[in-house]
Design a protein around this ligand. Structure first.
Ligand SMILES: [Zn+2]
Ligand SMILES: [Zn+2]
Length: 144
């Protein structure tokens, strides 16, 4: 869907019904860019323009991960502008946020995979950011 913050379309990685009422349902759409939007679909009025009615998401379980993903996207978009220090600070917070998020069944825990990715001797910082962003996407999908 169209992301108002990014000003561009972004893939929906997960969505769930966050509110169900007499008048209609509200869906929480979690986008790949890290932003999430609540879209209300009034009963009997399908086909409304999503972007028109979208309001910012405040779902507690994903706000931290969302913020980290937004930051991660910014870091990876501009790899020359940030220093190693900002990567270190960000990756520590990513590891904390992923701790306790369950992985898909049969998969290694997200925090373990993330720790390996962040500490890798062979990956560049840019590659590490990409890897950690992917894990944040998986975490958002996992808790949705
Ligand atoms: Zn966005
Ligand atoms: Zn939400």
């Amino acid at each position: 869907m169209y992301c108002k913050t990014c000003g561009t379309a972004s893939k929906t990685i997960a969505s769930k019904i966050s509110r169900r009422a007499q008048s209609g349902i509200t869906k929480c759409n979690r986008l790949e860019c890290g932003h999430a939007w609540h879209v209300e679909t009034p009963l009997g009025a399908p086909g409304m323009d999503d972007a028109e009615t979208a309001t910012s998401c405040g779902c507690g379980e994903i706000t931290t991960v969302n913020a980290l993903l937004v930051e991660g996207r910014r870091l990876s978009a501009d790899t020359t502008a940030f220093g190693d220090e900002s990567f270190q600070a960000w990756s520590i917070r990513v590891l904390e946020a992923l701790d306790g998020v369950p992985a898909e069944s049969g998969e290694a825990s997200l925090v373990r995979t993330a720790t390996n990715a962040a500490k890798s001797q062979t990956s560049s910082t840019a590659k590490k950011i990409v890897d950690l962003n992917k894990l944040l996407v998986r975490a958002i999908t996992a808790v949705t």
